[in-house]
Design a protein around this ligand. Structure first.
Ligand SMILES: [Zn+2]
Ligand SMILES: [Zn+2]
Length: 126
C-alpha cells in the first residue's frame, strides 16, 4: 500500500489506452465563463474539450456535431448563459444588454450551469 501510487494516477482521461494531454487555450474574451482545455487523441484523432475543474471531458462525435461525456457516455447538452454587460460609468451600471454564451455540460455528471452568468465588464466608452 503506498499513497504515492494514488497520487500518480492523477485521474488522467484516456482514449485508445493513452493519457490525453489537455492544453489550456488562449482565453477568448467573448467566452466569459467557458474556457475549455482541449486535447486530441494521438491514435484516433478524436477531439476533446474539458472544463478546468472537471475530471472528465467532452468527446467530439459525429465530426463535432455533438459531444459525449467520457465519464458516463451521456450526451453533452448546451445551456444558454446570459452575461449582463456592464458598460456604464458606475459599478453595476450599463445598458442592460446581455451577452449570451452556450456552455456545455453533462446532465448526469454536472450541475446545470446557472442561466445568470458572471457580468461582462467593459470599459465605459465616453
Ligand atoms: Zn482515441
Ligand atoms: Zn457524464
Amino acid at each position: 500500500m503506498s499513497n504515492k501510487e494514488d497520487k500518480k494516477k492523477n485521474k488522467a482521461i484516456q482514449c485508445c489506452g493513452k493519457d490525453l494531454e489537455f492544453k489550456i487555450i488562449s482565453i477568448n474574451p467573448n467566452r466569459p465563463s467557458y474556457h475549455p482545455q482541449i486535447a486530441e487523441c494521438p491514435e484516433c484523432n478524436a477531439y476533446f474539450e474539458k472544463k478546468d475543474k472537471n475530471d472528465f471531458a467532452y468527446k467530439s462525435i459525429d465530426d463535432g456535431a455533438s459531444f459525449s461525456c467520457t465519464k458516463c457516455g451521456g450526451n453533452i447538452q448546451g445551456v444558454r448563459v446570459a452575461h449582463p454587460i456592464h458598460d456604464g460609468l458606475f459599478f453595476n451600471s450599463g445598458s442592460g444588454e446581455c451577452y449570451y454564451e452556450i456552455v456545455p455540460y453533462c446532465p448526469s455528471c454536472e450541475k446545470k450551469p446557472n442561466f445568470h452568468g458572471d457580468p461582462v465588464i467593459e470599459e465605459p466608452t465616453i
